[in-house]
Design a protein around this ligand. Structure first.
Ligand SMILES: Nc1ncnc2c1ncn2[C@@H]1O[C@H](COP(=O)(O)OP(=O)(O)OP(=O)(O)O)[C@@H](O)[C@H]1O
Length: 303
C-alpha cells in the first residue's frame, strides 16, 4: 500500500497551551480517512499543519513522501483542500469564481470550470453571485475550488457542515467514487459520527488533542453501543417480565420506555414486536437507537 499522508508526532502548543500532542497517523492511497472529533478537539489545527499553513511546535507532516514545510510548489498541484468556511469573491458568479481559480492554476479555464460544476451539480447556479448562494451551495463552491485541478489528494475540513441531507449524500457519493474509481486519497474531518461511519474506510478519533484510537469503519460500527427502545401502551411491568422470560436483557428507561440491549433484538426488532403484541400488549413505540459521539467519547475516555 502506498503511503500518501504521514504525520510523525505532530505537536502544537500556543504558549503554555497544548493543542495537539504527538499525532502520528498514516493514510494510504485510495483511502477515505475520517478524522473524527468534537468541536475544539484539534482537527483544524492538524489539517492546517498537514497543509503547511502553520508550523508544528515539533513533529513533521509528509504528503506524497515530501515534507510539507518547505515542499516544492509542485506538491500543491496534487493536493486539493478546503479548510473551514471557504472564501469566494462575493460579487463574482460561481462560474467567474471558478474560472479565476482555473486561470491561477494554469488550467484550461472553460473546460475545467464546466467539468467541476457538473461534478458538483452546481451548473444551475453558474450565473449566481457567490454572495447570493445558500450556505450549502457556498460550501459546494468551496469544494469545487478544491477539486478543479483533479488532485490525487483531498484534504477537507468539515466539508458537509452546511449541506442539507441531499447535499451530504451527493458529496459522500462523489468522494466514494473518487477514492474507489480514481484512487484519490481523502482526508476528511467531522464531528458527526454517523456521517463518518457511512463514508470513511478508516477512522481516527481525536480528543483533547490526542489521537485516541484508529479503527476501520466496520470495527467502529461494532463498537458503537446500540439498543432497542420499546414502549407499550400500558402494563409496562408485564412487558418487561415477558421480555426477560424470553431471555432478553432488559431495563426500564425514562418515561416508561424499555431498553433491550441484546444483539438479536437489535437485528430483529420484529421479534420483540410479535412477542408483545401476541401477549396483548400493543406497542406505542419501537426504535433502534445508536449511541452519539459525545457518549461514545465519554465512555471511551473514562475507560
Ligand atoms: N491560534 C490559536 N491560539 C490559541 N489557541 C488556539 C489557536 N488555534 C486553535 N486554538 C485552540 O486549539 C483547540 C483546537 O482547535 P481546533 O480548531 O483545531 O479544533 P477543531 O477540532 O477543529 O474544532 P472545531 O470543529 O470547533 O473547528 C481549541 O481549544 C482552540 O481554541
Amino acid at each position: 500500500m502506498q503511503e500518501i499522508i504521514r504525520t510523525e508526532s505532530l505537536t502544537k502548543r500556543y504558549g503554555d497551551y497544548s493543542v495537539l500532542q504527538d499525532i502520528s497517523l498514516n493514510v494510504y492511497r485510495g483511502e477515505i480517512y475520517g478524522f473524527l472529533g468534537l468541536n475544539g478537539a484539534g482537527k483544524t489545527t492538524t489539517i492546517r499543519m498537514l497543509l503547511g499553513m502553520i508550523a508544528p511546535t515539533s513533529g513533521e507532516a509528509h504528503i506524497n513522501g515530501q515534507r510539507v514545510l518547505g515542499a516544492k510548489p509542485q506538491l500543491w498541484q496534487q493536493v486539493g483542500y478546503m479548510v473551514e468556511t471557504p472564501y469566494a469573491y462575493p460579487n463574482f458568479t460561481v462560474r467567474e469564481n471558478l474560472r479565476l481559480i482555473a486561470k491561477l492554476r494554469g488550467l484550461p479555464e472553460k473546460q475545467s470550470t464546466e467539468a467541476v460544476m457538473d461534478r458538483l451539480q452546481l451548473a444551475r447556479y453558474a450565473d449566481t453571485k457567490a454572495k447570493n448562494l445558500s450556505l450549502g451551495n457556498a460550501q459546494k463552491l468551496g469544494l469545487a475550488k478544491a477539486m478543479i485541478h483533479n488532485p490525487s489528494v483531498l484534504i477537507l475540513d468539515e466539508p458537509t457542515n452546511a449541506l442539507d441531507p441531499a447535499g451530504i449524500v451527493q458529496i459522500r457519493e462523489l468522494l466514494r467514487h473518487l477514492a474507489k474509481e480514481e484512487g484519490v486519497t481523502v482526508f476528511i474531518s467531522s464531528h458527526i459520527l454517523e456521517e463518518m461511519s457511512k463514508l470513511a474506510s478508516r477512522i481516527g478519533i481525536i480528543h483533547g488533542g490526542t489521537l485516541l484510537q484508529e479503527i476501520s469503519s466496520q470495527q467502529f460500527e461494532q463498537l458503537r453501543r446500540k439498543r432497542l427502545t420499546v414502549k407499550v401502551r400500558e402494563k409496562g411491568e408485564l412487558a418487561i417480565e415477558l421480555l426477560r422470560q424470553a431471555g432478553y436483557a432488559t431495563q426500564l428507561a425514562d418515561e416508561g420506555r424499555i431498553e433491550v440491549t441484546d444483539e438479536s433484538a437489535i437485528r430483529q426488532p420484529e421479534r420483540i414486536a410479535k412477542l408483545l403484541v401476541g401477549a396483548d400488549l400493543p406497542l406505542a413505540e419501537l426504535t433502534v437507537n445508536e449511541e452519539g459521539l459525545e457518549s461514545y467519547f465519554l465512555q471511551r475516555v473514562s475507560q
